[in-house]
Design a protein around this ligand. Sequence first.
Ligand code: NI
Length: 211
Amino acid sequence: MMNYGQSPTKEKNYELITVNYELKQMILPIYTYGQPVLREEAEEIGKDYPGLEQLIKDMYETLERSEGIGLAAPQVGHPIRLAIINLDVISEDMPEYKGYVKTFINPYIEEYDETDMDVSEEGCLSLPGIHEKVKRPKRIRVTYQDEQFQEHDEWVEGYLARVMQHEFDHLDGVVFTDHLKGLRRQLTTSKLQDIRKGKFSCNYKVKVKTH
Ligand code: NI
């Protein structure tokens, strides 16, 4: 799941193994609706972002324990352009995503193919208890860097394109209920207010906004 890059000498390799061993995974609290970080425009990061390797590792652990398929850094309190997606967990239903576990650094959606739209239900770890159908383009062009900061520029489609749109929206301060229109939008407003006040339950650790 994680890559730490190649090392030129055996000695260095040994050091890397030691460091990896010391990186213990930690479950982070999920910031829920009402937390200002979820409405911020996230900042781009470089290789030198402090604790990046550990943060990514912790995000994977947090995602696994909360049984999610995607997590953006603002959801764990970091206003930075970083997101992870794990579609391997749904590969029993969608075999094409077997082994799909990826980290996205500084991702952007460059193009939306709005000729072909798709409606499907979404949920979000930061919005516990809310599940709504969201209309989104089926195909998008994305650019991002991987964990080795290699650049990628690709068209993606289908369910992955939906998950990417949901996760990368978080990096622009957008949550999926922002896409709802009319009555569905009105009906979620009171649920969102309840989450803001801490009136909800879920089976993972959260950080509710404190007044
Ligand atoms: Ni979300």
